[in-house]
Write a protein that binds this ligand. Structure first.
Ligand code: MG
Length: 250
């Protein structure tokens, strides 16, 4: 069931989105060689809790940390660890949500650790741009399939692949609501986009094949071929005047 939000509720979601964005930015600023992913997680938790909010992911389905931190071939759901020391050339996907005043914000970004290869730079740029192609397609009156199609076309034209096994989602009082928002699809298909909907669009783009597998810890999701993967995400509201990104700074 798709829950539509009132203008007042979207305002509250904007506040949660702002905290999520700031936490993500602080995490990104901490990415450098020698830092552990556990240290970055601590920065995220401290900031979110300092705002009187709660990290959306902490304890979600048993997830043991406040941020998902996924390095290189890890696609999503990487568990922060003191053993994971970042090094020059890594790409670091950080996914952060904050729960504030009854609503969640959810966003993700892939940060370079020091200088990264040109191939990796191109992957990050393409994934970020694919996110904004998806956002552009999220107009009232369009359909979920229009978003997925926009992302998929953009990515596949550049010879990368979009992950199929994990998708974007509605966001609201729950972190994951209907509808599912795949990064692939056919134009004109799927649920109608209506004012009051809030969704997270989150392309996960692989340099090689789209296949992924989940490790024994039941969280860490890696590319099946061991190649790099990037992840960018915003939460946005569908409005009569077009999509409005909720996870932006002021
Ligand atoms: Mg999400």
């Amino acid at each position: 069931m798709i829950v539509l939000k009132t203008a007042k509720e979207l305002k509250l979601m904007r506040a949660a989105g702002r905290i999520s964005q700031r936490a993500l930015r602080l995490a990104g600023e901490a990415v450098e060689p020698g830092v552990t992913t556990k240290e970055i997680d601590a920065i995220v938790r401290k900031y979110i809790e300092g705002q009187g909010a709660a990290p959306s992911f902490l304890g979600y389905g048993g997830f043991p940390a406040s941020a998902c931190i996924s390095v290189n071939n890890v696609v999503i759901h990487g568990i922060p660890s003191e053993k994971r020391v970042l090094k020059q050339g890594d790409i670091v996907s950080i996914d952060v949500g904050a729960y504030f005043n009854g609503f969640h914000g959810d966003n993700a970004w892939t940060f370079p650790c020091g200088d990264i290869s040109e191939d990796a730079q191109r992957l990050l740029k393409t994934t970020e741009e694919a996110l904004f192609e998806g956002i552009k397609a999220a107009k009232s009156g369009a359909r979920i399939g229009d978003i997925g199609n926009a992302v998929q076309q953009y990515v596949e034209l550049r010879s990368y692949s979009v992950v199929r096994d994990f998708v974007g989602h509605g966001v609201g009082a729950k972190l994951h609501e209907d509808p599912k928002v795949p990064n692939y699809g056919a134009p004109g298909k799927g649920a109608l986009l209506r004012p009051g909907m809030a969704i997270a669009i989150e392309p996960m783009v692989n340099m090689g094949s789209h296949n992924v597998r989940v490790l024994k810890d039941k969280w860490t999701t890696v590319t099946a071929d061991g190649k790099l993967s990037a992840h960018f995400e915003h939460t946005l509201a569908i409005t009569p005047d077009g999509p409005v990104i909720l996870t932006l700074p002021d």
